[in-house]
Design a protein around this ligand. Structure first.
Ligand code: CMC
Length: 435
């Protein structure tokens, strides 16, 4: 589905006048009545550019993939509510939906699963790649590097068929790379994928089995991982997705673009927040469980502390993914029999923050990262793997967005402008003459 089909220029236009020049800029509207001023002619007609730090007011593209209404707390992939997909679908089905625009037929689903299953193994030379890394390397930069390194193993020229193959390879090998990066950090032997297991079960097997002991995959745990991956699969033009698009806009290949997206995701204001949330909850626990003290610290902007897992650029209401995860937290911790201590602290923290004027007036609600870490922790995922889990889920969204960008007839290299604030023209002086 081309993004061009999903938005129409309406009759309405706004006139901008500047230093005797003027332009009428069309107002475009998306399927959900999102409205934007198309400034494509602004600079050539008036000399003006726009200035928008953090791009809070800037639409970088038209997209038919994901819809968010941040005021109402709505998230849909290709029109399907996240709540329905979370309840009824599976990650591989959602990946297909994001990439191809429609849910797969039963035959497409079988074929896609079979292809992904066939491509899970890594080239044996990958062992040497891992062996060059420090033993305590964080799995996020390892994954970013490993995905980039895949480009050196698959160097075919880019064609439509080759891109489809690359997509399957990426989805198939990402869990293997993720599990290997964890095994490397433990100093344990890598565990080969098993073709008789489903996508998330296979990941858990590679994470937790070792040559001396086979890990028996608990279907409840596999289902929880699948749910988390569905919820993380796409989120329109966030920091890492915009990175993937920007890198891809230079015609860099898919491996390189995804590798850049993983690096962008790592930061604590983005995907890295899930690790920070659990560290925050553990710190509160270690300090005696007083959530009020932590909320007071997060409100004091001089302290530099933030309530991790709270707030969002787009959601000014409860993040629907957080709502689903909060419910799942209860189920999962009950079924796997883990400690519910961190969940209790998280719920108390949320309760206090949601009644506090500071958070209420700024419309700061729990985001997806607030409860995801509690589930990861309950099912035994190590803390330094949390953001890798996010990346595994987001992979399909990055791919879909990269493909959409490449297929867009209005596609151009991404190249923002700036307002220069440095020195005006001056001339070089020899070192001896510099005061
Ligand atoms: N704790 C305390 N104060 C906060 C928080 C927070 N978590 N988030 C925002 N604020 C305050 C901020 O200080 C500012 O106050 P003021 O208007 O008085 O200066 C106001 O709320 C607006 O914040 P902002 O930083 O301008 O908002 P933003 O849209 O630029 O940033 C955010 C969004 C997600 C980076 C931010 O809310 C944050 O740092 N949250 C904590 C980190 C986090 O949980 N990130 C995960 C985001 S969801 C998953 C993902 O995208 O990966």
């Amino acid at each position: 589905m081309s993004p061009e089909n999903t938005s129409v220029a309406v009759q309405e236009a706004l006139e901008i006048k500047h230093e005797g020049r003027s332009v009428r800029l069309p107002v475009v509207r998306g399927t959900e009545k999102e409205t934007a001023l198309d400034i494509g002619q602004l600079r050539s007609a008036t000399g003006l550019i726009t200035l928008d730090p953090g791009y809070a007011n800037t639409g970088s593209c038209k997209s038919a993939i994901t819809f968010i209404d941040g005021e109402k707390g709505i998230l849909r992939y290709r029109g399907y509510p996240i709540e329905e997909l979370a309840e009824k679908s599976s990650y591989l089905e959602v990946a297909w939906l994001l990439i191809h625009g429609e849910l797969p037929t039963a035959a497409q689903s079988r074929e896609f699963t079979a292809q992904v299953t066939r491509h899970t193994m890594l080239h044996e030379n990958f062992r040497r790649f891992f062996s060059t890394l420090p033993k305590d390397a964080h799995p996020m930069p390892v994954c970013a590097a490993a995905i980039g390194t895949l480009a050196t193993f698959y160097q075919e020229p880019e064609s439509k068929e080759h891109i489809q193959e690359t997509i399957v390879r990426l989805i198939a090998k990402m869990p293997t790379l993720a599990a290997y990066s964890y095994k490397h950090s433990l100093g344990q032997p890598f565990v080969y994928p098993r073709n008789d297991l489903g996508y998330t079960s296979n990941f858990l097997h590679m994470m937790f089995s070792n040559p001396c002991e086979e890990y028996e995959v608990d279907p409840v745990v596999a289902k929880a991982v699948d749910l988390l991956m569905i919820l993380h699969a796409d989120h329109e033009q966030n920091c890492s997705t915009s990175t993937v698009r920007l890198v891809g806009s230079s015609m860099a290949n898919l491996f390189a673009s995804i590798s850049a997206g993983i690096s962008a995701l790592w930061g604590p204001l983005h995907g890295g927040a899930n690790q920070k949330v659990i560290e925050m909850l553990e710190q509160i626990d270690a300090e005696g469980g007083d959530v009020n003290r932590f909320v007071a610290r997060a409100k004091d902007q001089k302290s530099g502390a933030r309530l991790m897992g709270f707030g969002h650029r787009v959601y000014k209401n409860y993040d629907p993914r957080a709502a689903i995860l909060k419910r799942a937290c209860n189920d999962v911790t009950r079924r796997v029999g883990g400690s519910s201590r961190l969940l209790e602290i998280a719920m108390r923290l949320e309760e206090v923050a949601l009644k506090d004027e500071y958070f209420v007036s700024r419309k700061l609600y729990p985001n997806v990262d607030f409860y995801s870490g509690v589930i990861y922790k309950a099912i035994g995922i190590p803390v330094n793997m949390f953001t890798v889990m996010f990346a595994m889920g987001r992979l399909s969204g990055w791919i879909a967005q990269w493909l959409e960008m490449r297929d867009d007839p209005t596609f151009r290299i991404g190249r923002p402008r700036q307002v220069y604030t440095g020195p005006a023209l001056r001339h070089y002086a020899p070192a001896a003459a510099r005061g």
